[in-house]
Design a protein around this ligand. Structure first.
Ligand code: DAH
Length: 339
């Protein structure tokens, strides 16, 4: 009998009702003259005399618990005929539309996650930068065309303060204040004084990666690039490196991946070449290491940088760059399923 009472107690605690009719049904089931508790009271007669006191107290507790629970259930409907047990009364009365993650955020995180799996950690730097971090420390000669007014936004006519034109500036910031080994990934917004069109914008996003240690070689870079390409675009993806030039890397290269839209067959997206360019990379120029106080005789490193918009275009075939910053919900909501 004790067990029966215990089971009933938990059962009663968990009771819920969606309407006053249901509350009444509960009352009849448990507390009416022929209800469960009354029937149990009848059985009480057969309890041996020495246990009557203990069982009797439990019976009373049960009856009280049932009465109280019934009262609680009833009270829910006192003010509002439709309130339900467990309702969150702090919720708004109208449905709130859930936002979606921005496609660039989805892709940025995917890129960072892949590099995190290789041991890279996130580093960030300011968007308003000085000439040293954006250009000089990175081995840009004074008359390098990238410093040209055409590309760079200057702050308040001060040629020393600029909006960063690439996230490579974060490399220098981190190298200046930390000792190797350095293994960082730097996502961020960058600015260039470009006419806005479907394929260029005055701001966009990049991710930069930097690895400095003893004996870092071009082979390490290539392996990291292959890993990244396959994680991002699928295991069938091929990569190729073409020689290139950046002031801050020597040697420098640009990486193409086999076009993930046509699988390398040739299509309008890859201009029928089967390859699409996705990033720049190279071995950090010893001058850059020395500029940041790192001994280039002891340490070497690789760096790479890519545009998040470009990777996103490849993944989702967005044809017009401007869509990323127009906040058109019809565009953004298409990415609901992506994350
Ligand atoms: N900073 C370059 C750009 O904005 C991209 C880049 C190229 C970054 C090569 C690198 C690199 O770290 O090694 O176009």
């Amino acid at each position: 009998m004790r067990e029966k009472i215990e089971t009933l107690l938990t059962e009663i605690e968990r009771l819920t009702a969606n309407s006053l009719e249901e509350v009444e049904a509960i009352r009849i089931k448990y507390l009416s003259k022929k209800g469960i508790i009354a029937t149990l009271m009848d059985e009480f007669r057969h309890v041996p005399a020495d246990r009557k006191r203990e069982v009797g107290m439990k019976m009373n507790a049960l009856k009280q618990a049932a009465t109280e629970r019934l009262q609680q259930l009833k009270e829910q409907f006192a003010q509002n005929g439709t309130a339900q047990a467990g309702n969150d009364l702090s919720r708004t009365a109208y449905p709130v539309a859930l936002g979606t993650r921005h496609p660039l955020s989805i892709v940025r995180e995917e890129i960072c996650d892949i590099f995190k799996r290789l041991g890279f950690t996130i580093a960030e730097g300011p968007e308003v930068e000085d000439d040293w971090h954006v250009f000089s420390s990175l081995n840009f000669a004074d008359d390098h065309p990238a410093r040209d007014m055409q590309d760079t936004f200057f702050i308040q006519h001060d040629p020393q303060i600029v909006l960063r034109t690439h996230t490579s500036s974060v490399q220098t910031r981190i190298m200046e204040k930390s000792a190797p080994p350095i293994r960082i990934i730097c996502p961020g917004r960058v600015y260039r004084n470009e006419a806005i069109s479907y394929r260029a914008h005055c701001f966009f996003h990049q991710v930069e990666a930097l690895y400095i240690d003893r004996d870092v070689s071009f082979a390490d870079l290539k392996q990291a690039l292959l890993f990244f390409a396959r994680e991002m675009f699928g295991t069938e993806t091929k990569i190729r490196l073409r020689p290139s030039y950046f002031p801050f890397t020597e040697p420098s290269a640009e990486m193409d991946i086999s076009c993930n839209i046509c699988g390398g067959e040739g299509c309008p997206f890859c201009k029928h070449t089967g390859w699409v360019e996705i990033l720049g990379c190279g071995m950090v120029d010893p001058n850059v290491l020395e500029n940041c106080g790192i001994d280039s005789k002891q340490y070497t490193g690789y760096a790479l940088g890519m545009g998040i918009e470009r990777i996103t275009n490849l993944k989702y075939q967005v044809k017009d760059l401007r869509m990323f910053s127009e906040n058109d919900l019809r565009f953004l909501e298409q990415f609901r399923a992506a994350h």
